[in-house]
Design a protein around this ligand. Structure first.
Ligand SMILES: [Fe+2]
Ligand SMILES: [Fe+2]
Length: 279
């Protein structure tokens, strides 16, 4: 049994659907895939994509990303209702969205999906860092238009982390692997040596006014995964791939991203296919 990771498959792009279709139907039948969110907002396409991916692996683990909770039609009254619909769909199709202990070669691995969201710049646990020339995220960030919560006072990060707490059970695990769509630490946004690579950022920065750190994630995600004893944390959302150990935890991102981002060379390592994180 091998554990593979992937995120941000954005199947609205035909190139991405082709990329996924090319994954073998036979090679991964003893293996497990962790898919860390951002499939598509289109519910029919979302469902058919997850069902066909499910068949390629022994087990499929999933958490929704922001794009999956977008409301582009009137099927749901808010994004939380869509979230619960997705949960139910996953349950009915044997796609794991709650912790599962898997055993292989006498090693017990606990895989823990973490539902998450991001804190905004004015909120205490935001990953926000100032950027010269930045504008406000509201106009530039599509979630402002397509994500709707049940009320003004609804706190998505706290709500989702509480769900994670409720469904967590520590077992006899030799290794705990957690995964979330959003980022857990500010360092996750930077290159592997821990420094902000200015040249690289400039090359990939198509919208200098947009500051990703405003909507990146939350420090509370890191707090939760460490309480759970995670040694490997998988994440997505940024469309920049990293693999780095910080204070005893390995943080790994392996996004497919947008076709244009791959053409620009922004998505490192994706030309080799899925990324194996265990053994
Ligand atoms: Fe994405
Ligand atoms: Fe995302």
């Amino acid at each position: 049994m091998r554990i593979w990771i992937l995120s941000d498959i954005h199947v609205d792009f035909i190139e991405n659907r082709k990329w996924l279709d090319q994954l073998s139907d036979f090679e991964y039948q003893d293996d497990l895939l962790i898919l860390a969110g951002d499939v598509t907002h289109n519910l029919d396409l979302f469902k058919s994509t997850l069902i066909s991916l499910r068949k390629k692996f022994k087990m499929l683990f999933f958490v929704p990303g922001n794009h999956d909770l977008w409301l582009r039609d009137d099927l749901f009254s808010d994004s939380l209702e869509k979230f619960h619909h997705i949960q139910q769909f996953c349950k009915s199709n044997d796609i794991k969205t709650s912790p599962e202990l898997v055993s292989n070669n006498l090693v017990n691995i606990l895989i823990v999906p973490l539902f998450t969201w991001y804190h905004l710049p004015h909120q205490t646990d935001s990953l926000y860092l100032t950027k010269p020339g930045e504008g406000s995220y509201e106009e530039m960030w599509n979630d402002s238009y397509f994500v709707k919560w049940p009320s003004e006072s609804f706190k998505p990060v706290e709500y989702f982390l509480n769900l994670n707490k409720q469904q967590f059970r520590s077992g006899n695990a030799d290794l705990v692997i957690t995964f979330s769509h959003f980022l857990a630490r500010q360092e996750n946004m930077f290159s592997n040596d821990g420094r902000l690579d200015r040249e690289k950022m400039k090359k990939f920065d198509r919208n200098p006014k947009f500051n990703f750190s405003m909507i990146a994630g939350s420090k509370l995600i890191d707090e939760q995964l460490r309480i759970m004893g995670s040694k490997i944390h998988v994440y997505g959302h940024q469309h920049i791939n990293h693999d780095r150990i910080i204070n005893g935890v390995r943080y790994v991102a392996h996004c497919l991203g947008y076709p244009a981002e791959r053409l620009r060379g922004m998505i490192e390592g994706i030309e080799q296919g899925l990324k194996q994180i265990w053994p």
